[in-house]
Design a protein around this ligand. Sequence first.
Ligand SMILES: CC(=O)N[C@H]1[C@@H](OP(=O)(O)OP(=O)(O)OC[C@H]2O[C@@H](n3ccc(=O)[nH]c3=O)[C@H](O)[C@@H]2O)O[C@H](CO)[C@@H](O)[C@@H]1O
Ligand SMILES: C=C(OP(=O)(O)O)C(=O)O
Length: 420
Amino acid sequence: MDAFKITGGTALKGEVTISGAKNAALPILMSALLSKTPITFSNVPKLNDIETTIKLLSQLGAKAHWSGDNELVIDASTLDHCRASYELVKTMRASILVLGPLLARFGHAEVSLPGGCAIGARPVNLHIHGLKLMGADIDVENGYIIARNNGRLQGATIFMDTVSVTGTENLMMAAALAEGITTIENAAREPEIVDLAKCLNAMGAKVSGAGSDTLTIEGVAELSGTQYRVMPDRIETGTFLVAAAVTQGKVKCVNTDPKALEAVISKLQEAGAEITTGVDWIELTMNQRPKAVNIRTAPHPAFPTDMQAQFVTMNVIAEGTATTTETIFENRFMHVPELQRMGADISLEGNTAISCGVASLNGAQVMATDLRASASLVIAGLVATSETQVDRIYHIDRGYQNIEDKLQALGANITRIKAS
Ligand SMILES: CC(=O)N[C@H]1[C@@H](OP(=O)(O)OP(=O)(O)OC[C@H]2O[C@@H](n3ccc(=O)[nH]c3=O)[C@H](O)[C@@H]2O)O[C@H](CO)[C@@H](O)[C@@H]1O
Ligand SMILES: C=C(OP(=O)(O)O)C(=O)O
């Protein structure tokens, strides 16, 4: 397994181009299953999760090919399978996003249950509940969700007990081809939901209310090909901004969207960063040791759980004490023991991490356990006084395009050690 070697101590400086958003691209690429004609997607990030998505769509009979650097064409006219296998679903939970589109288009879908993952149990009961309200007959057999319906799904009023991002996305896609009107109450409001709604509408769907907690989807009989550009990755952006803040550097993120990062920008300002923004860029300058900031994760527009680990790293080297409370996932603090090994003064009490900032971290060999935990350890390595080795970086390759190249261009001393 590949690892990163990082020698800390350099302030990051320069400009970094942000890639398309993983968490927008995944549902958007799955939405191609709803169309009988090809769709061209641009600003698609080159990530392991995108390669897994391409394999999954191919397993279902669709054709996908890169037509440019970050441009992907998907033709689902040839779809002839409706089973998403355990082998693929276990490597990427977002594979569950084929359930709604397959059911809507074929009246039949078999999708492996994703099971738990490192950050929490992550059940999919809300996806299943919503589809049942739309008339689907759903059972779980031998680890697979087996879903069937006769004719078109029927529009329904669905109240989501918990705000779920991919749950909302699955139901939106199913409702796009259903008969009648579907209302999703307590829907997720993340920018990626808005991006999916825009893509579906470009294909001929009638989705309104995206960005609010009530979505209305008027089903249409058919969706067709279009061209769609995926939104910039707000979490990649936030990760580079924290890396710049922690190393007391000056970094401009371009091809991004400041409006999608309000909670993150506000916390960075509270930590002492100077931030300027334009329509599609954010520049951060940090001229002091960061001040510790209290964080509480919650669904958008509150502070995103996908930025929690990176902010924990900032807090452990910041001036002062802080609490970081995780309210979305029950096990998303696996970076904490690794940061302790680097000299962090941090403890856990239930779903809260309490940190007392230390002046510097020591380099160490640490293990990445999930995507954002990996990012937090890389950031810790950038500020540590000696060499850090981050093992198991396959997690980071799921969600960050060329992270070491982008960091090197900003002056970081980071190299990939290839597994022999
Ligand atoms: C591919 C993608 O977009 N992934 C993101 C998505 O994950 P994902 O969509 O899987 O996360 P959810 O929003 O569904 O999860 C939120 C909470 O709801 C719970 N839940 C969810 C569904 C369900 O049927 N039952 C249930 O109880 C989950 O266990 C969790 O505690 O949103 C998360 C929360 O912003 C982000 O961290 C992930 O990066
Ligand atoms: C948790 C994440 O992704 P996924 O839902 O794909 O596991 C993430 O992007 O931080």
